[in-house]
Design a protein around this ligand. Sequence first.
Ligand code: DGL
Length: 266
Amino acid sequence: MEQPIGFFDSGVGGLTIWDAVNQLLPNESTVYLADSAHAPYGEKSPQQIVERSLAASKFLLDNHHCKLIVVACNTATTNAIQVLRETYSVPFIGIEPAVKPAALSTKTKSIGVLATKGTLTSALFQKTANQFARNNEIAVVEVIGEGLVKLIENPNRDSLALRTLLQQYIQPMQTAQVDFIVLGCTHYPIIKKEISDIAGEAIRILDSAQPVARQTKKIMRKFDLQRTTTGTPQHQFYSTGDPKAFNAIFKQLGRLEDPNAIAVNL
Ligand code: DGL
C-alpha cells in the first residue's frame, strides 16, 4: 500500500518514535504532525486532549489518507486512543510508559516514572502501574515533568533551567532507590543524556520507542499494509507552531536531511 504512515504528537517529541519506526520500516512514506501551537498536552483536560487528538487524526486521514496512525504521544494515547479507535477505522498504534519492562527487571523493587500530568492521572496509566508494579509489591515513584516539554520545544533551550528542573524531579526517585527511570513522555528521550548525567550510572533509563516500532511493523504485516513499491519513500512534516523551530530540533536529533516542515492551522 503506497499511502503513508501518519504520526502526531503535541510537538517534536514524537520524532523519537518517528525515528525508530523509520529505521525499522525504511521503505515506508510518512507524514508527521507536530501540534506545537497546542503544546503541552500534558496540562490540558482529558476532554481537550481528546479534541486535539481527533483534530490531528482528521488532518492525517482527510488530507493525507494515512493507512495507519502512530499516536507518538503518551498523553494522547492514555487519554484518547479509545475514542480514536471508535471514531476512525484505520489501525492506531499507541504508546504508554514502559512500566512493564521496568517492573520485570527492577532489583530494588522501586521504579520511577517521569511523565506528564495528563498521563500520570489517566486511568490507563494507573491500571498498568497497578497491574505490573504495585500489585507485585514494586513501588512506583510518579513525578510530573512540569515545564520540561516547553523547554524541549525550544531549539535554544535553557540548559541551566533544564538541569535545575531535572535535579528536582530525579531527587525523589533517588531517595526511593529506584533502579529504573521510565521516560513516560516522548519528548524526554531528547534530553536522555541530561537525565542520565543527573541520575547516575546505577539507574537505567527506559523509553518505549523500540517496542512501538516493533508493534507498528507487526500491525502493518497483520493488515497487509506494507508498501510494496521500491521508489524513494516521501517524508512530510507539518507543524501548527513555528516550522523553523521544528526544523532546528529535527537537525539536533542527528538527522542530516532538512525536514522542510510546513506550517498548518488546525
Ligand atoms: N510528547 C508527549 C507525551 O508523550 C506530550 C507532552 C505534552 O505535550 O505535554 O506525553
